[in-house]
Design a protein around this ligand. Sequence first.
Ligand code: ATP
Ligand code: MN
Length: 153
Amino acid sequence: MYEKILIPTDGSDTAEVALDHALDLAETYDAELHSLYVVDTDSMSLSLGPEQLDRIEQGNWGEMDEVRERAESATGIVADRGHDRGIEVVEHVASGKPHSVIEEYAESNDIDLVVMGSHGRSGVRRALLGSVTERTLRSTDVPVMVVEARQNE
Ligand code: ATP
Ligand code: MN
């Protein structure tokens, strides 16, 4: 049933709460774990042009070291913790609107289950769900498991 599990991560502690669940499921079902970080082109703090976004897709980061470090440390946490438990991990970095990229990735890679945190980096507690999680739930047909981030506080 669950051969490929996707964990979208923004590198936050709350995404790591979801990771515990994803690791356990991957181990139980002997599944491949996919770790996806999306460079958020909607985020106002980024002023990347189309050419830079193309280069990110190609892994050609050039001077964008800071973005690269953030991306690779986020997917790297999943890879390290997965490998420690003998789980096969595929790391991927892409750019765009996070929920659209998550949806497209899940559909084009035959993902059976998406595991994600209820909140992320901004951790706005007045919202029931973070916007990336809410939009992913609305846009994809793939089952999504939402892990409540508050359980670890
Ligand atoms: P908001 O972004 O709406 O202000 P938030 O940061 O608290 O609120 P989300 O961004 O929705 O909440 O994060 C919820 C989950 O979505 C995270 O735990 C993570 O699994 C996933 N996620 C968020 N941003 C990204 C991203 N850029 N790339 C991959 N996954 C992401
Ligand atoms: Mn967020």
